[in-house]
Write a protein of this length. Structure first.
Length: 290
């Protein structure tokens, strides 16, 4: 496996602004209970309010206030479960059950043969690139058949994230080629670019069971969530909740195959391979869109 010593970060659109955006997303996601004002946030990140408002809105597609509202609503859905109303029913009650599907990203996908997975990706050429996005640095991996991997990290963590993904297909040939992944970065994180006649093509590389679970994740509508046990029932394996959880955690195409929408039985966020702060941010971002 060839690992670049110093990965090139493809800046989309303003790399120097990323740290501010990361801080705002983390602050709102972690401190939503205190309902910080724009003034509070601007003081903590050291940026004038008007400039911060414009910067965040340009990056995230919504204002800091709207993002805070989205995160708050997301948490409220789970809190209502304490009143004996299940999380999924609660989402209907708070009006977040719209007709949108994950296919609002207009995704089409195919699974590679079990042999491709079992061989460790031998002779498979995977091109990769690092790109700034609303959730940090996105590591995108593509083959000649479509996108095979999407991971996330913060600045300085590029090499571990790359190694983590490369360990999934140890015999593949890896080529750093941000030009090959740029178009995916531009489409995935910009809702205005989601078009049914120009779908994001995915290549699912895993065991038969993993692929079955990942395909079930693609059926979860944006703005909604489900549980591991519900997925197990959906795929006809009601006793396989734990195995489903493991397959969700092994999902190589984060966000697009929305493993962040899968929750524990109690409605808790549980773990997320790329960090719970990032998972909260994703759920809030999607809630705002719906």
């Amino acid at each position: 496996m060839n690992i670049a010593i110093k990965p090139q970060i493809n800046i989309t659109p303003d790399g120097e602004d990323y740290e501010v955006i990361r801080q705002v997303i983390e602050l709102i996601s972690m401190d939503y209970r205190s309902q910080p004002s724009l003034e509070d946030i601007s003081v903590k990140v050291g940026m004038e309010q008007t400039k911060l408002q414009k910067l965040f809105t340009r990056w995230a597609g919504l204002s800091p206030k709207a993002f805070l509202q989205a995160v708050t609503i997301d948490h409220a859905k789970r809190l209502l479960a304490d009143e004996q109303l299940p999380l999924l029913d609660t989402s209907f009650e708070v009006g977040l059950s719209g007709p949108s599907r994950l296919h609002d990203l207009f995704v089409t996908h195919e699974a590679m043969s079990p042999g491709d997975f079992k061989s460790g990706g031998e002779a498979l050429i995977i091109r990769y690139g690092f790109h700034q996005c609303p959730f940090g640095i996105a590591l995108i991996m593509v083959t000649d058949r479509g996108m095979a991997g999407l991971a996330f990290c913060d600045e300085g963590e590029e090499i571990p994230a790359l190694e983590d993904m490369m360990n999934r297909w140890k015999k593949a040939v890896y080529v750093q080629d941000p030009n090959a992944t740029q178009s995916y970065a531009q489409q995935i994180f910009k809702p205005d670019a989601w078009q049914e006649n120009n779908p994001i093509r995915l290549v699912l590389i895993g065991t038969d069971f993993q692929v079955e679970v990942w395909q079930a994740l693609l059926d979860i509508p944006m703005g909604k969530a489900t549980t591991y046990s519900s997925i197990a029932n959906q795929i006809g394996r009601p006793k396989a909740s734990r195995a489903v959880g493991a397959a969700v955690g092994a999902n190589p195409i984060s966000f697009v195959v929305p493993c962040h929408r899968a929750l524990g039985k109690s409605g808790a966020l549980t773990g997320y391979h790329w960090g719970l702060t990032r998972k909260r941010a994703m759920l809030g971002w999607e809630t705002a869109l719906t």
